[in-house]
Design a protein around this ligand. Sequence first.
Ligand SMILES: [Zn+2]
Length: 257
Amino acid sequence: MSNHLENEFELSNDEMHLYSRQILLDGWDIEAQEKLKLANVLIIGAGGIGCTSAELLARAGVGKITIVDADTIEMSNLQRQIAFTLNDLGRYKAEILAKHLQTINPHIQVNYQNIRFDPTNADDLVQHQDVVLDGCDNFSTRYLVNSICRKYQIPLISASAIGFEGQLFMVDAETACYECLFPKENHANEGLRCAESGVLATTPVIIASLQAHHTLLFLGRGLTPLKQKLLLWNGLNLSQRILQFEKDANCPVCQAT
Ligand SMILES: [Zn+2]
């Protein structure tokens, strides 16, 4: 599904009004706002991460957002998945999130697919995006997202949250990749999936806010503060560390010829 998108690349009067507090910013002019309007962003996962990052990008004026998630809304999601209410139980997350975004900002185009991101649809979903945001809840999807983004040289901004801790990084065609950072053999028998572990209500919202923030910097200004860097956020002492990581000379994804 999609919605009416203003034909012009230029911002309408209504859009200028909606985004006025951004356009007033030093270092964020109409040109940066127009870049957001022209941007295509794929959000993988409409859970605790995706709900927050998608909403912030929609409010900020990212012009085309596509959401992919096969799951339906359960009672235990409402604690942290801020787009959903009791009325939405049993309905598809991607669809409800997309409709929520459209009520917030009718000037953007929001697409959704109630499917799992898998090898049969990954190429079509990724290849025309300007950036991909991963907020899914399992390692196999994360490895697939990484390899497809690398295949089409699409930047990837990836966020995760478990317990009281969050992680965020950015990779692109030039950098090391997700599999350099987290080699697959280390997670082959991973018992602890995000989908099954405990998480405080605030943790995914905080790390997803940082993911959305980085995405706006990248799309509007071309800034990449976390390119090939891993941000680790500790929700118990509120400390944050940023670590550079390196290419793995044996990485089957980014070192493949
Ligand atoms: Zn790699």
